[in-house]
Write a protein that binds this ligand. Structure first.
Ligand SMILES: [Zn+2]
Ligand SMILES: [Zn+2]
Length: 746
């Protein structure tokens, strides 16, 4: 038995251990280095001691060399990078003029990749990063010299495509476009990036190139669909992971239940610090991921308090804002064993370039199984590893604690996006027309929908050459890639003047109203001022143990049902709705126990946006015994909350990406109705996925409610941290009755 395995029996004991599983070791399946691989690449592999490939790497190489687009979706640390690098390097080594473009979601990841390409050192391949940090005087040189350009979607969108005249040589010779971490491109961001990639394909075609598309993604339910949605082209899916895997222990850890009636549990942070200090105290190198910087700091501090001074000195926090050098130094010390424990926010999970640790602790489900696997993948790459999820009180976390198979064995989570959402598409149609006149021939790259939208886009003019841009400035600069609304508030740190992000108009009033606590990269900020005219929120760094929850009134109107089906004994609809919200106040609540500290009124104008929703009208027999008010409303409301809590299990999204409304009498249906809608204007496909997966989604939700040990509803089942009614009028029993009756009709 290995040291880790022995310790596991020491530390992982007690009622907190909700589930313990051992994922068995797996032997590698290998394939020889392809005989047709360019000698320069083969030499570089040999120099690095790589004598054979994993079977999936060879499979990806063969498919790519045969001219296919490919998406590789094998596990963390399975050598995905080499899988797409091989065909690219092969082509670049063989053809002096050939070019490749690599897309990374963050600058840090592009740097990691540039470094590993440099280490591989293939003769004749010239790689360079081109992003916002690239000095102006170097840019021209890179465009002319580099055969492999690493960049990010934002740079491609506003820096490269609108100035394609400067990139003519690159576009003309573009052989490959690589999209790494493709699962990150989902939701609003993914819908935009899908259009940026279509614009890139179109310009390449104008310059005479048809680049192959190579994608790599974490394990998801729909890799082929994601590749198609993201690029507009079909891709061969390579998913049979042939990398070796050491044995790994997986533990689900649930903080003890302090008050069963209220569903109140001990703090996940305290439990995490106990595990971290226990593991580090035994000399095991451990990384701990928390959801906010504040949480990471508390875990670090509590863990130090539990250890003697010399061991405590070997723990460190890992923060956003470190320079690349500082980060590399921490990573080096951790791998070398000088450091034993590092706590980080999960915002940094992709940026951490380390493997080979003994243990990984995730504090709170990070939102997607792909993220969790990414975090866990740090543990035990060579030897037995230990991966732990410490549950928060959140409904999805508690669902996993009771039904571990839902987390460990099912693969239902799909990366969803919708490039054709007009709120996303229109800006890119304008940008494309700015780049070159858009005509019917462009439907092949931009998509039919782009041509259909062109007449509706202001500042486009129809000419004999096609649709052209008649405005003044470059339209791409007006299209933020992380919003479906050009009408967004800038969030500015008043202490530094730095812009932290954007809040879409639809959500600004509930997230950055005066007095709100705003979270950015795991850090807390207090909103000092919301300037409605300047569309700006001024915030400042802030350190306190309370958060805020907005109180709002919501109405929905059905604009157009698009799909109506008889499902689970009732009429289920998917379609377009308009949502009107008015934020009327907010509450301050204690982080420790959620207790209300105070309620404050706000006066803000209403906002209305169009989006997509799934909605249903329960049949009278499904509501039998629940008809009296307020029981009827409370039952529907509780059902709505718990459905929203579990939708991220089916569609990769955050519960903050989804909204809901339940009413005992809706004007459009004339009956009791529950709506779950896409929180982003226009919708990005989340509600439609809910419609398609309705049976499984409802069954999961009924199981969630049936399994929660609380008496009358708690944060782990029917209460929601974003309820506009501040969690009033919720009846867990009524919701369970309704959902069970629906499942029984299936
Ligand atoms: Zn509960
Ligand atoms: Zn609610």
């Amino acid at each position: 038995m290995s040291a880790t395995a022995a310790l596991r029996d020491d530390i992982l004991v007690g009622e907190e251990l909700a589930h313990l599983a051992v994922e068995p070791a797996r032997e590698a399946r290998t394939a020889p280095i392809p005989a047709d691989l360019h000698p320069a690449v083969a030499d570089a592999l040999a120099a690095r001691g790589i004598a054979e490939l994993y079977a999936h790497q060879a499979e990806a190489y063969t498919a790519a060399r045969g001219g296919e687009n490919v998406i590789v979706t094998t596990g963390t640390a399975s050598g995905k990078t080499l899988a797409f690098n091989l065909p690219v390097l092969d082509a670049l080594a063989a053809h002096r003029h050939a070019r490749a473009l690599y897309l990374y979601p963050t600058k840090a990841l592009a740097q990691d990749q540039a470094r590993s390409l440099a280490e591989l050192g293939v003769a004749g391949v010239r790689a360079a990063i081109y992003d916002g940090d690239t000095p102006t005087e170097q840019r021209r040189h890179i465009r002319g010299w580099a055969s492999l350009v690493l960049t990010n979607p934002d740079m491609l969108h506003i820096g490269i495509l609108p100035r394609h005249d400067l990139w003519g040589d690159v576009l003309h010779n573009l052989r490959f476009v690589v999209v790494d971490e493709a699962h990150v491109y989902r939701g609003v961001f993914g819908s935009h990036v899908a259009n940026v990639l279509r614009r890139l394909r179109r310009l390449a075609r104008i310059y005479g190139a048809e680049p192959q598309l190579l994608l790599a993604s974490a394990t998801i339910a729909n890799p082929g669909e994601l590749a198609r949605a993201l690029t507009g082209e079909d891709a061969t899916v390579v998913e049979d992971d042939a990398a070796p895997r050491p044995e790994r222990t997986v533990a689900l850890w649930n903080p003890p239940l302090l008050d069963p009636d209220l569903g109140l549990r001990a703090s996940a942070l305290g439990e995490a610090s106990r595990l971290l200090s226990g593991l580090a105290g035994h000399g095991l190198r451990t990384i701990c991921f928390a959801k906010s910087r504040r949480a990471a700091e508390l875990i670090h501090r509590f863990a130090c308090d539990r250890l003697d001074a010399s061991t405590a000195a070997r723990l460190a926090p890992y923060r956003a804002g470190y320079t690349p050098q500082q980060r590399r130094e921490i990573e080096r010390r951790l791998v070398a064993g000088e450091l034993l424990g590092v706590t980080s926010t999960d915002a940094l999970e992709l940026g951490i370039d380390i493997g080979d640790l003994d243990c990984a602790i995730s504090v709170g489900f990070p939102g997607t199984v792909a993220s969790l696997r990414q975090q866990w993948g740090r543990a035990g790459r060579r030897d037995h590893g230990l991966a732990i999820l410490v549950a928060s009180e959140d409904a999805l976390d508690q669902y996993f604690m009771r039904d571990p198979e839902a987390l460990l064995a099912r693969n239902v989570e799909a990366a969803i996006l919708d490039h054709a959402n007009p709120r996303v598409l229109d800006g890119h149609v304008a940008a494309a027309a700015f780049e070159a006149p858009v005509d019917d021939g462009d439907a092949a790259t931009l998509g039919e929908e782009a041509l259909m939208r062109a007449p509706h886009v202001a500042e486009l003019r129809q000419t004999p050459r096609g649709w052209v841009w008649a405005g003044k400035d470059a339209p791409a600069a007006r299209v933020p890639l992380r919003s479906t609304s050009a009408d967004a508030f800038l969030v500015v740190d008043a202490s530094t003047g730095e812009t932290l992000g954007l809040a879409e108009l639809e959500r600004a009033y509930s997230t950055v109203h005066e007095g709100a606590v705003y979270l950015h990269l795991g850090r807390q900020y207090l909103v000092r001022e919301l300037d409605l005219h300047a569309r700006r929120a001024l915030v400042e760094p802030f350190d306190a143990d309370w958060y805020t929850q907005a109180k709002k009134e919501t109405e929905t109107a059905i604009e157009e049902p698009l799909r109506v089906e008889r499902r689970l004994g009732l009429e289920l609809s998917f379609g377009r709705v308009s949502v009107t919200e008015r934020v009327v106040g907010y509450q301050k609540k204690a982080v420790a126990d959620g207790a209300t500290i105070g309620t404050f009124p706000l006066e803000l104008p209403p906002t209305t946006f169009d989006t997509e929703a799934v909605w249903f009208v329960p049949r009278p027999h499904q509501l039998e015994g629940l008809e009296a008010m307020p029981l009827l409303l409370s039952s529907l409301h509780a059902a709505e909350h718990s459905l929203i809590a579990l939708l991220p299990l089916w569609a990769m999204c955050d519960r903050w990406d989804i909204g809901g409304l339940s009413t005992n009498l809706h004007l459009d249906t004339g009956a009791p109705t529950v709506f779950v809608y896409d929180g982003h204007a226009g919708g990005v496909g989340i509600a439609e996925r809910g419609f398609e997966q309705f049976e499984g989604w409802v069954a999961d939700t009924a199981r969630l409610l049936a399994g929660c040990p609380c008496e009358r509803g708690c944060p782990s089942c029917v209460q929601s941290p974003k309820c506009g009614n501040l969690n009033e009028l919720l009846d867990k029993g009524g919701a369970l009755t309704l959902l069970r009756r629906m499942v029984d009709c299936g």
